[in-house]
Design a protein around this ligand. Structure first.
Ligand code: SAH
Length: 309
């Protein structure tokens, strides 16, 4: 997205800058869709402060002059310049540093020139879906996938709440022969996931047995693809504690005995209630999961292995 931004610059003592600020606050300019923003800062060795007024859209210079006059700045010289057009989305993306989690390296396209050789590199640009690897929960899920990579060989995988598709893509890299179902309640997330599959050279599929990733918009587990792809050997669900608890019976049911469930999106303080919900599954309501956990900050990923019997 490009925005047309102008900057009015002048120099004046601090009191004048403050007077301008007061007048601006009650000015009609503040009622526009993009109100102007004012900043002023001290200049070393100079009694005058530098004042910058940023205006979005082509400014009405007469209105700005009236503003300066009201702040007793009428005779102070000023400059009014259009700032270089900037793509703020990609500017902000550049601030995101690559994320390393186990063998995974999640990076944005601005870092594509400096990729490590010995990692699984996944390109995810920040955008409209959640899951750039920056969040603790995504990191904890990636880390958990890394820790199980050499010991399990899942053939069918579900990534519930796929967001950008990051976990599904990570899983596909670990287990190229698997069939993966990636679902999200949000259709935009599914569009983003499909794009990310494409840029990461991952096969998109629409049927089980293709050894690709099928991307489906679905709330919960009601869609027919769950029966087609399930039961699953591995499920990742980085959603929130509430839905994880609500989905405990259904998620347990579609996980194969001996299968691994990676749950995240929960805070450390929510661990017990989420675990309780999963323990209270099984025929006698006391399912004896084998358990592992990865903490990151205040967040947690749980690794639960469903007992064989
Ligand atoms: N898997 C990614 C994204 C996690 S964000 C990662 O680990 O980074 C959680 C995602 O789950 C969001 O995209 C949200 O739209 C989706 N979601 C939330 N509740 C859901 C539900 N009940 N069923 C399916 N998707 C859900």
């Amino acid at each position: 997205m490009t925005v047309d931004t102008w900057c009015l610059t002048l120099e004046a003592p601090l009191e004048k800058a403050q007077a301008l600020e007061t007048i601006l606050e009650t000015s009609i300019l503040m009622e526009s869709e993009y109100p102007p923003t004012l900043s002023y800062f001290e200049q070393p060795g100079d009694a005058n402060w530098k004042i910058e007024l940023f205006v979005t859209g082509t400014p009405d210079e007469n209105m700005l002059k009236a503003l300066l006059r009201d702040a007793a700045l009428k005779s102070v010289p000023y400059s009014l310049e259009k700032l270089e057009d900037r793509d703020w989305v990609s500017e902000s993306q550049k601030l995101l540093k690559p994320v390393e989690a186990g063998r995974f390296y999640i990076y944005g396209s601005h870092d594509a020139d400096s990729l490590p050789q010995d990692t699984i590199n996944i390109l995810i640009d920040a955008g409209q879906a959640f899951g750039t690897g920056q969040h603790e929960t995504t990191w904890a899920c990636l880390h958990t996938l890394d820790t199980i990579a050499d010991t399990v060989k899942p053939k069918t995988i579900l990534d519930l709440g796929t967001g950008t598709g990051v976990l599904a893509i990570a899983a596909k890299n670990l287990w190229p022969d698997s069939d993966i179902l990636a679902t999200d309640i949000d259709p935009i997330a599914i569009d983003v996931t499909v794009q990310n599959m494409d840029v990461n050279d991952v096969k998109i599929s629409d049927k089980f047995g293709d050894k690709g990733i099928r991307c489906v918009t679905a709330e919960g587990l009601g869609h027919s693809s769950f029966t087609e792809y399930g039961p699953f050997d591995l499920i990742t669900a980085n959603i929130l504690a509430g839905p994880l608890i609500d989905l405990a019976p259904a998620l347990t049911a579609i996980l194969r005995p001996g299968g691994t469930l990676i749950l995240s999106g929960l805070l450390l303080t929510q661990e017990k209630e989420v675990l309780d919900a999963y323990r209270h599954q099984g025929p006698d309501n006391t399912l004896n999961w084998e358990m592992g956990r990865v903490e990151k900050g205040e967040w947690l990923a749980l690794k639960l292995i469903k007992p064989l019997v």
